[in-house]
Write a new protein. Structure first.
Length: 129
């Protein structure tokens, strides 16, 4: 089965969070906000992602195989890049892959102990919730 392509983009109104991996995104999002439907998420190809929660953890998977929401994603990413004063956002010749590339420097770093697998760190964080 196909998997989301990194980085992962989480859109909340006019704000976008950009994460290195699905695992980092799952650790960063709050289950209560996912349950409320506060976010829309996309992978680097512009495919819509499915956000689910079991109250303690967030799980992310592809909601579609073909990027039928890439247009919406491109609008959101351009607005984000404009807010960051990135010139690529204004260039109509910039396609989705080049816009995604321009976002690389805005990737959130999820802090966890070195060499601790994301799954183990996630269990620890969920225990605290």
């Amino acid at each position: 089965m196909d998997k989301p392509m990194s980085p992962i983009f989480v859109v909340e109104d006019l704000d976008i969070g950009i994460f290195k991996s699905v695992e980092d995104t799952e650790l960063q999002l709050e289950p209560i906000d996912v349950k409320k439907g506060s976010y829309k998420a996309y992978d680097a190809k512009g495919r819509l992602l499915k956000l689910e929660t079991d109250r303690k953890r967030v799980k992310i998977s592809l909601a579609e195989i073909q990027p039928s929401h890439a247009g919406d994603f491109e609008v959101a990413i351009r607005e984000f890049l404009k807010a960051m004063d990135e010139t690529k956002a204004y260039d109509r010749e910039s396609d989705l892959p080049s816009l995604v590339e321009a976002c690389q420097k805005y990737i959130h770093t999820v802090k966890r102990p070195k060499d601790l697998p994301a799954e183990a760190w996630g269990r620890f964080i969920n225990h605290l919730r």
